[in-house]
Ligand binder design. Structure first.
Ligand code: HEC
Length: 112
């Protein structure tokens, strides 16, 4: 799969399964209280570290979050997307969007 397809897939999955609790974008707050923003997950651990959890059952030990199991392609997609939105100085998306685009149209901007 091409990178742009991966990100399209990730955004589809995340908007279906994650976005009603987590903020999945470059800006915005999580709809569900105490739910980590996707763009800050790498403050806790490397994004790669989520690969196994996503493939074998992501359960965060919090009863409010359902357990998910994803196919390999879906895992690659979600990881690629999470990496691209992290708020670190090395994040491509961050550098690109910081000045030009204070509001999120990240989803629309990504899908060509
Ligand atoms: C029903 C609400 C809900 C949904 C839907 C949800 N989450 Fe969560 N998620 C949470 C909550 C609440 C936490 C905080 C858990 C804690 O720190 O106690 C969390 C935490 C996490 C964490 C951090 C785990 C950690 O150990 O720091 C990751 C990663 C995560 N969610 C990924 C996802 C992904 C990927 C999806 C969609 C496939 C998703 N979540 C869908 C509620 C949700």
């Amino acid at each position: 799969m091409f990178a742009s397809q991966l990100l399209t897939l990730a955004i589809f999955i995340e908007s279906q399964h994650c976005a009603h609790c987590h903020s999945i974008g470059l800006t915005g707050t999580s709809p569900h209280p105490d739910t980590p923003l996707f763009r800050t997950l790498s403050r806790r651990y490397p994004i790669e570290g989520l690969a196994e959890a996503l493939a074998e059952g992501l359960s965060v030990g919090n009863p409010e979050m359902p357990e998910f199991v994803f196919e390999a392609d879906d895992v690659r997609a979600i990881l690629a997307d999470l990496k691209s939105i992290q708020e670190s100085s090395s994040s491509r998306a961050n550098q690109k969007n910081k000045k030009a685009n204070p509001t999120p149209p990240r989803h629309r901007a990504r899908v060509n």
